[in-house]
Design a protein around this ligand. Structure first.
Ligand SMILES: *Cc1c(COP(=O)(O)O)cnc(C)c1O
Length: 368
């Protein structure tokens, strides 16, 4: 099956092979080399103060969000949650389920958050933390996290900035150098691995907050992780895969990787616009990793996706309020121009104006 999904994403052959490595003692010297190398490479990728500012816990991305909430905040503490779609809402739900006092900033679907109105909230009240999504996968919008961090840096007693970048990094660069406190990622998106590892990068300030004693954490207690110990049996095979994937990411480099994703986005948008499916968000906020497209009236996304699947291609459907007329095309992780081109070729059999779509796509390639 060919997949153009915003997770899980294609796993490169080298990563698959690394995951076949034989088991060994997760407290033994063979695995320890891998653990240290993975945390060192991630510390570099996130610009973290040390490898012991990286925690990798066995969970899907949502487990990473919960781990962050449980380790940084106490029940009843106030946090500001910026919701730009389904995943922002989920982050709020995680916080509420853990007893936090959540103030919601609800942004219309398809838009990025408005910086001045977020800052107005932060000036009007004191918050312990701010929960925000970097790349909102449900709408394909990328939020201005760096600008937010810059402005928050000017407040006295700034809240901890906790960023869900699960469908962002490492495809869309974001590091702790931009003055955010926690970045949460997951193995199955830009990291080109199967699902099962949540990755957290913490600033010094965030690590201090984790060290405070607090109720209601056990499995996701990050303290051992942040002192170089894996308290429970790690997902060893996934670690081997991530180790290899990090080498591939390093070989490509952050900026070329970002430009590759931007090119993929531009290709999808040009193809769709010319062909009769409308990008659901404006270009200035359009995500480099996932593109939501609105279908013409009368077209059913579910039928379209079924038809595509029968042709050998899976894409994602719309979520929440966008479920009845939107499809989402993921172009994240190991997806290259050839993979996307093949997918667009298949989808061209279903788009209203296939010739125009393909001509527009060709033009993007020629100008790349
Ligand atoms: C994929 C994703 C998640 C986590 O989903 P899981 O299914 O728990 O891995 C969270 N936030 C965003 C923005 C995502 O794209």
């Amino acid at each position: 099956m060919h997949i153009l999904l915003p997770g899980p994403t294609p796993v490169p052959q080298e990563v698959q092979q690394a995951m076949l490595t034989a088991m060994s003692d997760h407290r033994g010297s063979l695995f320890e080399v891998v653990r240290q190398r993975v945390q060192t490479n991630l510390a570099e990728l996130f610009d973290a103060p040390s490898p012991n500012h990286i925690a990798i816990v066995p969970a899907s991305g949502t487990g990473g969000l919960e781990a962050a909430v449980q380790n940084l905040f106490m029940p009843n503490q106030r946090v500001l949650a910026i919701e730009t779609g389904l995943f922002g809402q989920r982050f709020s739900e995680v916080a509420e389920a853990n007893g936090l006092n959540v103030t919601h900033v609800s942004v219309p679907w398809g838009e990025a958050f408005d910086l001045p109105s977020v800052m107005a909230h932060l000036k009007a009240n004191h918050y312990q933390g701010i929960l925000v999504t970097h790349n909102e996968t449900s709408t394909g919008v990328v939020n201005p996290i760096e600008e937010l961090a810059r402005q928050i840096g000017q407040i006295s007693q700034p809240p901890l900035i906790v960023v869900d970048s699960i469908s962002g990094v490492p495809s869309i660069p974001l590091t702790l150098a931009t003055a955010v406190d926690v970045i949460i990622a997951a193995s199955q998106k830009g990291f080109m691995c199967p699902p099962g590892l949540a990755i957290l990068a913490l600033s010094d300030r965030a690590k201090e907050a984790v060290a405070n004693s607090r109720p209601h954490r056990f499995y996701f207690d990050l303290r051992p992780y942040l002192s170089g110990h894996l308290p429970y049996t790690p997902a060893i095979s996934l670690w081997y895969g991530l180790d290899r994937a990090l080498m591939l990411l390093q070989a490509e480099g952050s900026e070329p990787r970002y430009l590759r994703h931007v090119l993929l986005r531009n290709l999808v948008r040009a193809w769709a616009e010319a062909g009769g499916w409308t990008p659901a968000v404006a270009l200035p906020v359009a995500s480099p990793t996932v593109t939501a497209l609105r279908l013409p009236a009368g077209e059913n996304p579910k039928h379209l996706r079924q038809r595509l699947e029968s042709l050998g291609l899976q894409i994602a459907g719309g979520l929440g309020p966008w479920s009845s007329d939107v499809i989402r095309i993921g172009h994240v992780g190991a997806v290259n121009l050839g993979d996307l081109w093949a997918g667009l070729g298949l989808m061209s059999s279903l788009i209203p104006h296939p010739d125009d779509a393909l001509r527009a796509a060709m033009q993007v390639m020629q100008n790349a």
